[in-house]
Design a protein around this ligand. Structure first.
Ligand code: G6P
Length: 751
């Protein structure tokens, strides 16, 4: 290695030495002529000065022809070591007085210059001299001129010295540069080699790992931006309209993740088996997460691990706790995990829903953190991680971890299956670092999530909050531009992937058209055909802004009394987490407010608010969506909110207006909705009135545009983009492994 770096240095040093030699060769004559010019100018000035000093005595002595005095004057003057000789010529050009040293050949110095001589420089047999002439005149009478001759031999001596110095200086410079070059080459050889290897293998392109030598950073920067462009291009291709269908997702899985197993983990299961008086019934839970992921799983046919929470769940599983689903037409496996009452209390109700849920939703409900809940949360995460490990048929499955119930699971799985591709999706908002800092186990939560290969959020804003939180509380390397976090030698890509719904293939109301639904639902509610209908569909959750929505209805009726008796608002509210105090209190507040408003505006059988606080299946919801004139989604904070998208998908008649809270992820995509601040009651009331009086043409324009967007940006695209990214990372990981084993093999051969 040393010999190689020495040879490399020589390749650099030899040309350098050559250039320096050429430079010295050209520089010496140049310096010679420069110094000569300086000296001549110096002697010109000096001669003028001396001539002025001698002029006065000469003006006195010359007319007197005082030879002795003039000779003495001249002899005294040439005692100056540089002044070599003096002479005085009369106006006729004859030398009258001179020192003995005055060279005869100079005469009165009117002789022509020889070629190559400087104006005042004369080369004599005894050496070079500087000759200057100065006229001596009195009262316009020209007496003659003084000729001053300076010795120039010292200049030649100095020039020879200068030559010596310049050559030695360049020589020394050459030696010093050579040493520095050899030293730097030697020291940075390893760094360069590591850098080049890193670039070739792709490591350095991951900004978080940039231990590259500084001189390589520009190259790495260029490569990185090229790769990012490529990535963006690929993402761009992914976003082609009409591109994402279940078939496309399936094809992608087979082509890009061929043979790879997909395992989903979520707390809520997609199908709940309940024991009823009529036998076992299957129920679909009210969960946007489940609705979205289920569509993906139908296309992917993997294994979904979830908490078996139904009263008949155990009755339908095999001895491995598995059941094929969907029950009518099985296409994937549901693997149930059983939780004890204590586990469910601590992990689900306690830590997840009394701690993390209010922590992440800024809805002014205080999070509660208890050590006992945390212990259960850790334990249950480990139990689900063990289930993933057990279900994995290979050492590198694709694991899709869902939501805030499993913040620790990604790291747990990563430790057991280092080659797994772990995609974690956080379905709820991520708060700012200060808010998140409230959590006593914030570091553990962050560390757990950073076990993921990809960590997804709905919006760029939540993604940014997460990066800032990690930056605040963990020692990591964050590359904001590339959106990666390097922690403990592992890289996590943090991205935003807005979730969506599966676009319905046809009219989804069992053949019932929007017009039929409109009439049917009004009849069921005891309303006339021309009654205006508003709808809200939520879990009974304090984050959904149900109270504010009712207040907006009340204010609208106050402001527009003509709407009393004409407008009815139906709130479908699925009971949720009802054993928690906060939820019980909330339900009571909702019921009381609905009652108060109804009492205020009731008229005969007319009630402005119809509260349906029970579970409704998807088909029933579709009928309400189709029947409504306006749908109100007024969450105080929501990761995405799929009700907004479901309402749009249901409206194949291109009618109906969506009122949407600005604090939902959906508001970032559905710009044609009437966007409101749910906290501002008058704003909500105005939006409601505007929606109810909106011309059909405007409704159509808005609805058509939103439908086109939701259709293209559907749930298959959401999953597809994550899987494409995962496939890319896996592919790279495999190539890297191959490169590593090849390099190892070649090293062994060489060794
Ligand atoms: C939110 C969460 C989901 C959850 C759903 C229903 O959408 O992000 O993870 O499944 O609420 O809540 P539940 O507690 O009934 O599962």
């Amino acid at each position: 290695m040393q010999l190689r770096s020495f040879r490399l240095s020589l390749r650099f040093v030899l040309p350098l030495a050559l250039v320096l030699a050429l430079f010295a060769y050209a520089a010496v004559p140049l310096m010679d002529s420069l110094t000569l010019r300086w000296f001549v100018r110096d002697l010109d000035i000096r001669s003028q000065f001396l001539a002025r000093a001698l002029e006065q005595p000469l003006l006195e002595y010359v007319p007197q022809k005082a030879r002795r005095k003039i000779t003495q004057l001249f002899d005294r003057a040439i005692q100056d070591e540089r002044l070599y000789a003096l002479a005085f010529c009369d106006a006729g050009g004859r030398v009258l007085y001179q020192t003995v040293t005055y060279p005869e050949s100079l005469g009165c110095r009117t002789m022509p210059l020889k070629e190559g001589e400087h104006l005042s420089l004369v080369r004599l047999p005894q050496g070079a001299v500087h000759v200057a002439e100065s006229p001596v005149s009195q009262d316009a009478e020209h007496l003659g001129k003084l000729i001053l001759v300076h010795d120039m031999s010292f200049i030649e001596r100095r020039s020879a010295d200068t030559k010596k110095y310049v050559i030695s200086l360049f020589g020394l410079l050459g030696v010093v540069i050579s040493f520095i070059a050899v030293f730097i080459a030697h020291v940075s050889w390893r760094g360069w080699i590591r850098g080049v290897k890193g670039i070739l293998s792709g490591d350095m392109l991951q900004p978080a790992k940039s231990t590259a030598p500084p001189e390589m950073l520009p190259v790495i920067g260029d490569l990185r931006s090229m790769l990012r462009d490529l990535h963006m291009e690929r993402q761009g291709q992914d976003s082609l309209p009409q591109a994402w269908t279940p078939e496309k997702l399936r094809t992608l899985l087979h082509s890009e993740l061929a043979g790879d197993q997909v395992i989903v983990v979520s707390n809520r299961e997609p199908y709940i088996h309940e024991m009823t008086s009529g036998g076992i019934a299957v129920r679909r839970p009210a969960s946007g997460l489940v609705t979205a992921v289920e569509a993906v799983m139908r296309a992917c046919s993997g294994t979904w691990i979830a908490h078996g929470s139904g009263s008949a769940d155990r009755d339908v599983v095999d001895r491995n706790d598995r059941v094929p689903v969907p029950p009518a037409n099985p296409s994937y496996t549901l693997r149930r995990v059983w939780l004890t009452k204590e586990e469910e209390e601590g992990y689900y109700y306690g830590f997840a829903n009394e701690g993390l849920w209010p922590l992440c939703h800024i809805a002014h409900v205080r999070p509660v953190f208890r050590s006992g809940d945390w212990d259960q949360y850790v334990q249950v995460n480990q139990r689900f991680a063990d289930a993933v490990i057990k279900e994995a048929r290979t050492d590198d499955p694709v694991v899709l971890v869902q939501d805030y119930h499993f913040a620790l699971l990604p790291r747990m799985v990563r430790e057991a299956l280092p080659k797994a591709t772990i995609i974690t999706f956080w379905h709820i908002p991520w708060p700012n670092p200060e808010s998140f800092g409230i959590c006593p186990w914030r570091e553990e939560i962050l560390e757990g999530l950073l076990g993921s290969t990809i960590l997804g959020f709905h919006t760029p804003f939540h993604r940014k909050n997460f990066l800032e939180t990690v930056d605040r509380y963990l020692e990591t390397r964050i590359e904001s531009e590339a959106s990666t976090i390097s922690y403990g030698g592992k890289l996590t890509q943090v991205e935003h992937y807005p979730i969506s719904i599966a676009w319905p293939e046809d009219a989804q109301t069992d053949g019932e058209s929007a017009a039929d639904c409109r009439i049917a639902i009004r009849q069921e509610l005891g309303l006339g055909a021309e009654h205006l209908l508003g709808i809200g569909v939520d879990r009974l959750d304090y984050t959904k802004g149900i109270i504010e929505r009712f207040q907006a209805v009340e204010r609208m009726l106050e402001r527009h009394p003509e709407m009393i008796g004409r407008f009815v608002f139906v709130q479908i509210a699925a009971p949720s987490r009802s054993s928690l105090d906060e939820y019980q209190n909330f339900e009571a507040r909702v019921r009381n407010l609905a009652q108060r408003i109804n009492r205020r505006f009731e008229d005969g059988s007319y009630r402005p608010i119809v509260l349906k606080a029970q579970h409704h299946d998807q088909d029933e919801l579709q009928r309400y969506y189709c029947a409504a004139d306006v749908c109100l989604v007024t969450s105080l904070h929501d990761g995405m909110n799929l009700v907004a998208k479901e309402f749009i998908a249901a409206r194949n008649d291109e009618q109906g207006v969506l009122i949407l809270s600005q604090f939902t992820g959906a508001a970032r995509e559905l710009h044609e909705a009437l966007i409101v601040n749910p906290y501002h009651i008058e704003e909500g009331a105005d939006a409601l009135y505007r929606a109810l009086s909106m011309p059909r043409v405007e409704q159509r324009e808005r609805m058509r545009s939103m439908r086109a967007l939701v259709k293209d940006f559907n749930v298959y695209r959401w999953a597809g983009r994550m899987l494409v990214d995962a496939a890319r990372l896996r592919q790279r990981e495999r190539v890297m492994t191959k490169i590593r084993s090849h390099s190892l093999a070649s090293l062994r051969r060489v060794g």
